[in-house]
Design a protein around this ligand. Structure first.
Ligand code: BLA
Length: 250
């Protein structure tokens, strides 16, 4: 399916892109100067990173990033933030492959903004049948960087797996999860009360802060592109609503 094992997540990017352009009236969002693409020749293989960003009335920020460092690393990462008048979970995708495809990590989730029962019943329970269908991809791996009880659902896909499984099982799961996300979005009713909207603004901002502070990719960005670039990429693009900590942990 992939043109070569070397761009193993490119079909996933293409699929998402096609879906987005088919379903939504997308507008390009500019990425701060110097962050849209970057090439590193520091490592064993050159590493190229490129990002895309869009918005539409239903989705206030759609971003995805591809890192191509040949055999050393292939990464597809995407976060889709619904408009502030929808309290839907954030769609999070993180597919990684390191060192000659020996280690493939796939994570995909509808990342809940709130954890009360009503919310979870409304937005997370619908994932349950997919979680059961792809039981093999919902491995009980512990988290080192993140807290599984914050911004992750109990039905996330989280697997360490083989390239074949990525091309076959993960591909099917990916399509199913994305389609379910579109369904939930189609059915969502916009909120009007400014208090409700403020609560969502804050929850999405807290998500950015939490994610920026814990991002396991910080070290990878620094080693490829330098600490300064890594810091900017995190705080000016990936999680732009987060504020850098006064004392940086660089
Ligand atoms: C883990 N994600 C990782 C790791 C890296 C990235 C390098 C550690 C892999 C390892 O050595 O075990 C990479 N994260 C990235 C990249 C970006 C990024 C390249 O933000 C940005 C371009 N991560 C997400 C999203 C989810 C997510 C949206 O960015 C949600 C689906 C999940 N990534 C996630 C999880 C882990 C992970 C759960 C395992 C971390 C842990 O053990 O705590």
């Amino acid at each position: 399916m992939a043109e070569s094992l070397l761009d193993m997540y490119k079909p996933f990017q293409k699929y998402l892109e096609q879906e987005l352009f088919k379903k939504f009236d997308l507008q390009s969002v500019s990425i701060p100067a110097g962050l849209e693409r970057q090439l590193s020749e520091r490592g064993k293989n050159p590493a190229f990173i490129q990002s895309w960003c869009y918005q539409c009335p239903q989705l206030r920020k759609i971003r995805y990033t591809y890192i191509d460092a040949g055999k050393s690393a292939q990464v597809f990462n995407s976060v889709i933030y619904p408009a502030h008048h929808y309290d839907l979970p954030i769609l999070g995708i993180d597919f990684l492959s390191f060192g000659d495809k020996k280690k493939n990590l796939v994570v995909m989730d509808f990342q809940p903004l709130f954890r009360d029962e009503e919310y979870l019943n409304k937005y997370i329970e619908p994932m349950r049948s997919l979680r059961d269908k792809y039981d093999d991809l919902a491995q009980n791996l512990g988290m080192k960087f993140y807290d599984a009880n914050q911004y992750f659902s109990k039905y996330l896909l989280f697997a360490k797996t083989e390239p074949n499984t990525v091309e076959e099982r993960v591909w099917l799961a990916y399509i199913d999860y994305i389609n379910l996300y579109w369904e939930i979005l189609d059915e969502a009713s916009p909120l009007n009360d400014p208090k409700d909207i403020q609560r969502i603004v804050k929850a999405q901002k807290d998500y950015d802060q939490y994610s920026a502070e814990r991002d396991p990719a910080h070290g990878l960005f620094s080693s490829y592109f330098g600490a300064e670039w890594a810091e900017r990429f995190l705080y000016e693009f990936l999680f732009e609503d987060a504020k850098p900590l006064a004392v940086s942990s660089k």
